[in-house]
Structure formats: structure tokens, C-alpha cells
Design a protein around this ligand. Structure first.
Ligand code: NAP
Length: 174
């Protein structure tokens, strides 16, 4: 499984159940990485998207504890076991964790690659992920040159898990 996220310099990812910034090049990067793939999100992230519909041209999984929840274009799962059972049918390289904070913080350890767009700004977030630079299980394998757009300077940073032992979704069962 992969993770893709944009963070500010405090590892903030959102405010008022929305994104911190709109960066067209980052949205393009997100689209290119995830189109044709499987995306996994929490119910609040789905509801932060226009129309609260699944993203087009992707298989959308949404996690919620609500047994009656339905959303157009989405496959609904109700706990992490149901989620990982469903994901076991896909190549882990084709699965992308796309938020929000609760899912990133719970599942990033199960990801082999983390695509992190680092925005060099303090954007007054109220939702945060853990500081991956403090996690010895991950290392940076590439980092783009900084780019500035809409007044925000950002870099694309790719992290890789040092050990791939937890690659398989079914590991969660043991
Ligand atoms: N910067 C980025 O790249 C990025 C990307 C995505 C999202 N975000 C931001 O992240 C923020 C939202 O994060 P969040 O943590 O508040 O919400 P979230 O993770 O999107 O959704 C949380 C919801 O997911 C469900 N859930 C989570 N874990 C579960 C589990 N183990 N079993 C069953 N259901 C589970 C619950 O839904 P129920 O309450 O229905 O049970 C929970 O309330 C927003 O500000 C959003 O814009 C940022």
C-alpha cells in the first residue's frame, strides 16, 4: 500500500474538514499517481470532496463505522478487518491511502511508499499526521527541487519503508 498526502511544515494536513491549500501541480501529481488505482479514505475525507462522491476513474473505498452508510461511486467498509480483507485482492502497489488524519495515522505503518508533498508554510491546520522524519522505519529516497505556486513553496518527497515485512494487508490479522 502507498500513502499520498500534502503537509505543511508542522505536518498539518487540513482545517475545518478541508485542505490547507490549493496547488494545481500537486493536484495533478495526485491525479497521475492515483488514476486507475484503488484509493482508501475515511468518511470525513469523502464528505469534504465535491458532491461527496467517489473520485472518478478509481476504485474508492470508504471507511465508516455506520452500518447504513452509502455513497455514490464508493465501496463502503466498516472496520479495518473488512477493509484489509477487501484490499487483499489488489496488488499492494496499486492501493493508495488518501486520508484523512485518522487513517493516515492508523495505517501509514502498513505502507511501503509515502508520497509526501511538503509545503514550506505554516497553514494553521487543525488536523495533523505524525512526523514521518521521526520514524526510523522510513527513509527518504527522493526529493524534488522546490517549486512555488499560489504563494506556497513545496517539494515532492518520496519515503520508503526500510523493511517490507508488513507489506501484505493480511498481516493485520496476526
Ligand atoms: N492534505 C491532504 O493531503 C489531505 C488528504 C485527505 C484529507 N485531508 C484532511 O484531513 C481532514 C480529515 O481527517 P479526519 O481524521 O478528521 O477524518 P477522516 O480520517 O477522513 O475520516 C474519519 C472517519 O473515518 C471513519 N473511520 C476512521 N477509522 C475507522 C475505523 N477504524 N473503523 C471504522 N471507521 C473508521 C469514521 O467514520 P464514522 O464517523 O462515519 O464512523 C471517522 O469519523 C480534513 O481536514 C481533510 O481535508 C487532507
Amino acid at each position: 500500500m502507498n500513502m499520498i498526502v500534502a503537509v505543511d511544515r508542522n505536518w498539518g494536513i487540513g482545517r475545518d474538514n478541508g485542505l490547507l491549500a490549493s496547488i494545481p501541480t500537486d493536484m495533478k501529481f495526485f491525479r497521475e499517481k492515483t488514476t486507475g488505482k484503488v484509493v482508501v479514505m475515511g468518511r470525513k475525507t469523502l464528505e469534504s470532496m465535491p458532491g461527496a462522491k467517489g473520485l472518478p476513474n478509481r476504485v474508492n473505498y470508504v471507511l465508516t463505522a455506520n452500518p447504513d452508510y452509502q455513497a455514490e461511486g464508493c465501496k463502503i467498509v466498516h472496520d479495518e478487518y473488512e477493509l484489509f480483507d477487501a484490499l487483499a485482492q489488489y496488488d499492494p502497489d496499486d492501493v493508495f491511502l488518501i486520508g484523512g488524519a485518522s487513517l493516515y495515522n492508523r495505517f501509514y505503518k502498513y505502507c511501503n511508499k509515502l508520497y509526501i508533498t511538503k509545503m514550506d508554510a505554516d497553514l494553521n491546520a487543525d488536523a495533523f499526521i505524525k512526523d514521518i522524519d521521526k520514524d526510523d522505519d522510513f527513509e527518504v529516497i527522493s526529493e524534488s527541487e522546490p517549486v512555488t505556486e499560489n504563494g506556497i513553496t513545496f517539494r515532492f518527497v518520496l519515503y520508503r519503508k526500510k523493511k517490507e515485512g508488513l507489506d501484505r494487508a493480511r498481516t493485520l490479522r496476526f
